[in-house]
Design a protein around this ligand. Structure first.
Ligand code: ADP
Ligand code: ADP
Ligand code: ZN
Length: 217
């Protein structure tokens, strides 16, 4: 089973991806996590991506498409993967279809997590991320047990550079202009499932499980 998670920044894609990949045994592929890791390690990919990410702009399509092409061809993806944060443009979605076809597989369905703009700003300004395992927390909605430390690995939490109010507004603009058209793209293929992301984390996950169950039948 191959799933795409779609939704604006802060919708809860990363949070739900952890639940979904554990529940259905899928490889979690987050282009944002891969790019942030590349930036920290100052690899060629990271050097290329850094300024776009800091400004809340999308990294060029060819860069992320190459990255995903390599990752989904890995052996561990054969039994199913969950794409989180990719595709983000119609051009990326078209490329993805071709990549998957070449790997003799396809997207089974797309979970589109919907949340209001007010909720997005509230969630992102209070988001904290583990510097080691990438687990996400929220000072308002999902605080760590120990202030500023990851529950799972004890590493210090940090605030993403692009989670400043100004950059959040630009990311939302970029989302509505460049990513939201994907909703119609996947609706046309009959693969889209809308999920109300405005509820508590476990309620949203329960709705996702229900949608996945309906898709499997
Ligand atoms: P995305 O990957 O879509 O940007 P995240 O999963 O990182 O979103 O979630 C954004 C922030 O909101 C995080 O701090 C996370 O802990 C919090 N969050 C996620 N889902 C919910 C929810 N249903 N209710 C409240 N806060 C949430
Ligand atoms: P969020 O959790 O807020 O939705 P991500 O962690 O998915 O954000 O992405 C962070 C940044 O990484 C984006 O603002 C963008 O600069 C870059 N990025 C991630 N995925 C893609 C993609 N598929 N295409 C282009 N840029 C991407
Ligand atoms: Zn951690």
């Amino acid at each position: 089973m191959n799933i795409i998670l779609l939704g604006p920044p802060g919708a809860g894609k990363g949070t739900q991806a952890k639940n979904i990949s554990a529940r259905y045994n899928l490889v979690h592929i987050s282009t944002g996590d891969i790019l942030r890791c590349a930036v920290v390690n100052k690899t060629a990919l990271g050097v290329r991506a850094k300024s776009y990410m800091e400004a809340g702009e999308l990294v060029p399509d060819d860069v992320v498409v190459d990255l995903v092409r390599e990752r989904v061809a890995d052996l561990d993806c054969k039994s199913g993967f969950l794409l989180d944060g990719f595709p983000r443009t119609v051009a990326q979605a078209v490329e993805l279809d071709a990549i998957l076809k070449a790997n003799e597989t396809e997207v089974d369905f797309v979970l589109n997590i919907e949340v209001s703009q007010d909720e997005i700003v509230k969630r992102l300004t209070s988001r904290r991320v583990c510097g080691d395992c990438n687990r996400t927390y929220n000072l308002l909605f999902e605080p760590p047990r120990d202030e500023d430390k990851c529950n799972e690995c004890g590493t210090a939490l940090y605030r993403r550079d692009d989670d400043s109010e100004e950059t959040i507004l630009n990311r939302m603009k970029v989302y509505y202009q460049q990513t939201a058209p994907l909703i119609a793209y996947y609706q046309r293929s009959g693969k889209l499932k809308n999920i109300d992301g405005g509820h508590a984390i476990d309620e949203v996950f329960a709705d996702i499980e229900e949608a996945v169950c309906a898709c499997q039948n």
